[in-house]
Design a protein around this ligand. Structure first.
Ligand code: MIG
Length: 755
């Protein structure tokens, strides 16, 4: 039977909430900010649930205005109209324009424990978001399920994948709004796929109708508000922005060292080596194989002497084996997920029969965190969390297994988040003041506070290359910035062309990692022929040249939630070509570089240039925007464009971020007719001292009218690692690029460009 939310029979303000009672349900309205309103509707009198995602408390309730059949609530930026007969919600901006509303017929409903809200669908309304979802940028006409899954062998159509982000942005009539459905149960979103375009709907198998409505007028501000609510990333360790070389698996310390040495010999810049599951003794987490990795510290020291950091994998499954420390401790302390009768739950994964830590408990998270000493003692710097959907051979874990105060169906989608949280907090403690690098496959909203993510087991095809770009861009719409895809495709063997092409996208993927599956052919950059190795090296060098820019962009993610890889829908929300399947994979990398991913089988491509002026990065050629151009796209030159006015800090090639460069910061300025600016940011790259003003930050500006470049006074205590700033001017006149060198002191510097 379907129960509809009926009439509001009783309305009262209680502290900072507006409480509305209907027959059989109760709604609570609270205000988190002028543009953030929370609606919580539960059957009967359910106690509020703690959120895995939200880290803020509500503000004071806004003034309410009562009419005969409705109440309105004004936040200053939004008006919430609450119709009483029956209870329905409508959100307006301050110009009185309707942003979003319940479907007037149905609103919020229950069917048993299932809770669903039916919403008004506007003509031409577009939807973006939901994070790691296949399909088009514009999700109109599609529907999705959130149920974290070990989606090995997924295709560009598979749903669900590994992660859950029940947050989307609606776009219609030149307006924008966001909606975050904070409910970790299995959830559903339908953007007019099955409703004859009459309505959209979202809901879950259980729990509450519990959503936050964001009413800002731009996607960027909605992301800022959403990441205010759910948290933002810390600054990543600088080394993690370098090139990362992974493989399932490098089978011994000798092999790890051999690959690292070859990277140096061949002058292919790199910062990170990985150990996948085979470094362990029989896949026992927090152990090392005594034969093949006999002296982990010696290996890690030798890697360090070559400028490498090591990342090792950890899975949740703890092997059932007496005498194995984590097994014994976990049993003794009852740290594992269990059936209602207290028996530990058992399932098989790589180690064989395993128990699974109950990461929903703080004592379990602390124990897990402490266990990393086995890895941090010899010097491991990064921690790769895999299989945390959680995966078990056979996939769906019985519903009666208990995690914390919950059963599996209630919280499965948050397991990866809670594991990553335990990993991050634990390793952060063990590493003292050093930043741990944490990487996870499964996630829920809020994961950006603890971990980078990658998109799991993709395949070595051109379709997956394009899908990867869309997944990264879509994840960027849910508060994440540090995102990787397996370059080359995890499953199967790429052609040399695909390997080269995918690697050329690598500099513009926030986490640049080459990874491949056991049984596939090795992927290291020198295995593709001499000419291809040269191209791959050139592209990895480009990554290292861009690191000052990338680092400063991560500072923006840290302070505002703006992702590094940005779908064009962020800056150009209301332009139709942005959603055209031909152009939907394009994105801005930081504020200034437009990247057009291209498959490996073509040598030219159509590119949509948004309004403004653009310069091809490789040639300096200038293009008027607001048009589609045909761009040459040979394997050695992915189409990348700098925006007019761009100020892009770069450096000369170094082989590792831990090596001192030549002390010269290049500032590339691309001429434009509008004033432009870029916030330059630098810090020590590996401690938390930046939280206490130990950074070097200055606003860089270009003013075309006075033809001046202004380097604002430096703020913060940190001394820049660059002695000198070299200005490189592009598109300023005939002699391009023109160069100037200035000393990098902390004072404001004005450079007037004379022709
Ligand atoms: O069942 O650790 O997505 O990156 O190499 C496969 C082995 C387990 C899945 C991960 C992949 C990793 C692999 N893991």
């Amino acid at each position: 039977m379907t129960e509809l939310t009926g009439n509001a029979t009783h309305i009262a303000a209680e502290e900072n909430k507006l409480i509305i009672e209907t027959y059989g349900a109760k709604a609570e309205i609270s205000i988190y900010g002028p543009e953030i309103i929370r609606i919580r509707i539960s059957k009967r009198n359910a106690a509020p649930r703690e959120s895995f995602a939200v880290i803020r408390e509500p503000a004071a309730l806004s003034p309410c205005h009562e009419e005969a059949d409705a109440i309105t609530l004004e936040t200053g930026a939004l008006t919430l109209r609450i119709d009483r007969f029956p209870l329905r919600f409508s959100f307006f901006n301050k110009n009185g324009q309707l942003l979003g509303a319940d479907d007037p017929r149905f609103g919020t409903t229950w069917q048993g424990d299932r809770v669903i809200t039916y919403r008004k669908l506007f003509p031409g309304e577009k939807f973006i978001g939901l994070g790691e979802k296949t399909g088009n940028l514009n999700r109109r006409g599609s529907n999705y399920v959130n149920w974290n899954t070990d989606a090995a062998l997924h295709t560009p159509e598979t749903d669900p994948l590994y992660k859950t982000f029940p947050f989307f942005i609606g776009i219609h009539d030149g307006l924008t709004y966001g909606l975050f459905f904070d409910n970790p149960h299995k959830s559903y979103f339908d953007f007019g796929a099955t409703t004859d375009d009459q309505m959209s709907w979202f809901g879950a198998d259980g729990g509450e109708m519990n959503y936050y409505f964001f009413g800002s007028a731009s996607v960027a501000k909605i992301l800022e508000d959403y990441t205010w609510l759910t948290g933002r990333m810390e600054m990543p360790p600088l080394w993690s922005l370098g090139y990362q070389q992974c493989r399932w698996s490098y089978m011994s310390a000798a092999e790890v060292l051999d690959v690292a040495r070859k990277l140096r010999e061949r002058q292919i810049p790199a910062d990170v080596m990985y150990c996948d599951i085979d470094y362990m003794d029989n896949y026992k987490i927090f152990t090392w194989n005594k034969d093949t990795f006999a002296d982990p510290k010696a290996m890690i020291d030798e890697l360090a002497s070559m400028g490498f950091k090591l990342v090792t994998i950890v899975d949740p499954g703890i092997k059932i084996e007496e005498g194995y420390l984590q097994y014994d401790e976990g049993i003794r302390e009852k740290f594992f997920a269990a059936y209602p009768n207290g028996e530990e739950y058992v399932a098989s994964v790589w180690p064989g029969r395993c128990h699974f830590p109950d990461f929903y408990r703080e004592d379990v998270r602390e124990w897990w965190g402490r266990s990393f000493a086995a890895l941090t003692d010899p010097g491991v710097a990064g921690f790769w969390n895999d299989m945390n959907e959680p995966a078990a051979w056979g996939q769906n874990i019985p519903w009666l297994v208990q995690f914390g105060k919950f059963t599996l169906p209630e919280v499965r989608n948050a397991y990866g988040l809670e594991m990553s949280k335990a990993t991050y907090l634990g390793t952060r403690k063990l590493l003292g003041n050093k930043r741990p690098f944490v990487l996870t496959r499964a996630a829920y909203s809020g994961i950006q506070r603890y971990s980078a993510v990658w998109t799991g087991d993709n395949a070595a095809t051109d379709e997956h290359l394009l899908l990867g770009a869309r997944l990264v861009n879509s994840l960027g719409l849910t508060g994440l910035s540090f995102i990787g895809v397996d370059i080359g495709g995890f499953m199967g063997d790429p052609t040399p062309g695909l390997m080269v092409r995918w690697n050329s996208l690598g500099p513009y993927i926030p986490m640049f990692r080459n990874h491949s599956a056991i049984m596939s052919k090795n992927r290291e950059p020198w295995l593709w022929g001499e000419e291809n190795e040269r191209i791959i090296r050139k592209d990895i060098e480009q990554r290292y040249r861009l690191i000052p820019y990338i680092y400063a962009c991560f500072y923006q993610s840290h302070t505002t939630g703006m992702p590094l890889a940005r779908t064009l829908a962020i800056d150009h929300t209301h332009l139709e070509p942005v959603y055209d399947p031909r152009f939907q994979n394009q994105f801005l990398f930081g504020p200034s570089l437009l990247v057009a991913p291209v498959v490996s089988t073509v040598e030219e491509t159509e590119v949509y240039l948004p309004p403004g002026t653009w310069y091809r990065l490789s040639t300096g050629e200038r293009f008027a925007g607001d048009q589609v151009i045909m761009a040459a796209a040979p394997l050695a030159d992915l189409p990348v464009f700098a925006k007019a006015g761009a100020i892009i800090p770069m450096q000369r090639v170094i082989q590792s971020t831990s090596f001192a460069g030549d002390g010269v910061l290049e500032l590339h300025v691309w001429h434009g007719h509008e004033p432009s600016e870029f916030l330059y940011y630098e810090d020590d790259g590996d401690s938390y001292n930046y939280l206490d003003s130990d950074y070097y930050r200055r606003l860089l500006k270009f003013d075309p009218e006075s033809n001046r470049i202004i380097l604002g006074q430096a703020k913060g205590r940190f001394a820049s690692r660059y002695r000198e700033i070299l200005l490189l001017l592009h598109g300023f006149g005939t002699h391009t690029p023109t160069t100037f060198t200035v000393k990098n002191d902390r004072q404001q510097i004005l450079v007037t460009i004379t022709k």
